[in-house]
Write a protein that binds this ligand. Structure first.
Ligand code: BYC
Length: 335
């Protein structure tokens, strides 16, 4: 039902003209043989489009993902917490830059990709449209949001497109540190005063379901999963990764002596999995449609930052032009 609404944007891949069957067969054989596809290799137009879509959405998520945490840099409870949070947010800016660079190798300029974000055409992760109300939210984001991000991104280190796979290696190393610092914040709060425990519980209550939504719609409704699995862009389906995340995270929550906001959560001995209750996909659809709690605020913040940074871009371009002119003059003088 909601896939229709999810796919109406014109940045989504559209069916293109038929590809040359011989080239297509060679490409598919390379993918099947686990060869990495590189920027100058031939690739089907739809492969290029879906990768540009996924990598740029991923880059936008990193950049927008700096905002909810950035909100707490000035209010972190100690110098150590402040330094760690500052470094984490900076890492996310770096991840965005590697990912824009990887997306650019597919032929769309960074300016165009950023315009798609700022105009509201491109998606970014639903999770970043929720507010960070207390310090415990910074713990919950590290533990749950980075935990979910790692679960989804470790397999992307083996994705079939070389530049994306290589960018993911460093990103995953940093994400795993982020997850641990978040869990450590939760552990400190959960072992603290009653008020601190209540704050940690409240954060888990608010971030649990949105974290499960990060993995995307259920497989039966996912527009791109089948094709992306065939092209080895995705290595696992949305539901498979969501289940892996639940299985890894529930025992961590129990260790914190916190409870999950899901009365149906139970361990299925036979299957060896934690079974969870129904996800509110209407909430997900609303967030993707721009009606989440913070969608407008997030885009507004990005637009403002882009406008306020215009002079930096202009100065960098002017500097590069000067250097080019100086080098050209030096070359001419040497000839
Ligand atoms: N939010 O066919 P589907 C992070 C869209 S973590 C918004 O299953 P696909 C970070 C989907 O794009 C977050 N939109 O798509 C952590 C598609 O829309 P279009 C970023 C979503 O691509 C901590 C439509 O729904 N991670 O960065 O096969 C701090 C149908 O879905 C969402 C990544 O981006 C969502 N949650 O699978 C800071 C990882 N889910 O394009 C930062 C890379 C789905 O047709 N991306 N949609 O209009 C992926 O692995 C895949 O793109 C997804 C979706 C699993 C997210």
């Amino acid at each position: 039902m909601y896939t229709q609404a999810l796919n109406q944007k014109d940045v989504a891949p559209a069916a293109g003209p038929a590809e040359d069957p011989e080239r297509l067969a060679r490409f598919e054989a390379r993918v099947a043989a686990e060869d990495k596809i590189e920027p100058n290799d031939w690739m089907p137009a739809a492969y290029r489009r879906t990768l540009t879509r996924q990598i740029s959405q991923h880059a936008h998520s990193e950049i927008v993902g700096m905002l909810p945490e950035g909100n707490w840099i000035t209010r972190a409870p100690s110098l150590r917490r402040k330094a760690a949070l500052l470094a984490k947010v900076q890492d996310e800016g770096g991840h965005g830059l590697y990912l824009y660079a990887a997306a650019e190798t597919l032929g769309t300029s960074r300016e165009e990709l950023v315009d798609q974000l700022l105009s509201g055409k491109a998606k970014y992760s639903s999770i970043f449209n929720y507010p960070t109300l207390t310090w415990a939210d910074i713990g919950a984001i590290g533990w749950l949001v980075d935990g979910a991000a790692i679960m989804n991104q470790i397999p992307l280190c083996r994705t079939s497109y070389g530049p994306y796979a290589r960018a993911m290696v460093r990103i995953c190393k940093e994400e795993s540190f982020h997850q641990r610092q978040g869990y450590e914040i939760m552990l400190t709060l959960a072992r603290g005063t009653e008020a601190q425990k209540a704050m940690a519980q409240d954060a888990l209550d608010r971030w649990w379901w949105p974290s499960l939504m990060m993995f995307g719609p259920p497989d039966a409704e996912s527009a791109h999963t089948d094709q992306s699995m065939r092209w080895k862009i995705k290595r696992f389906t949305n539901d498979a990764l969501r289940q892996q995340f639940v299985d890894a995270t529930v025992p961590q929550g129990h260790f914190l002596q916190l409870s999950f906001p899901d009365p149906e959560l139970r361990y299925d001995e036979e299957a060896g999995h934690w079974r969870y209750g129904a996800i509110d996909w209407e909430e997900f659809r609303q967030v993707l449609a721009g009606n989440g709690p913070c969608n407008r605020e997030r885009l507004e913040a990005r637009r403002r930052a882009h406008a306020e940074g215009a002079w930096v871009r202009e100065a960098a371009l002017a500097h590069a032009a000067k250097r080019r002119a100086r080098r050209a003059a030096e070359r001419q003088a040497a000839e």
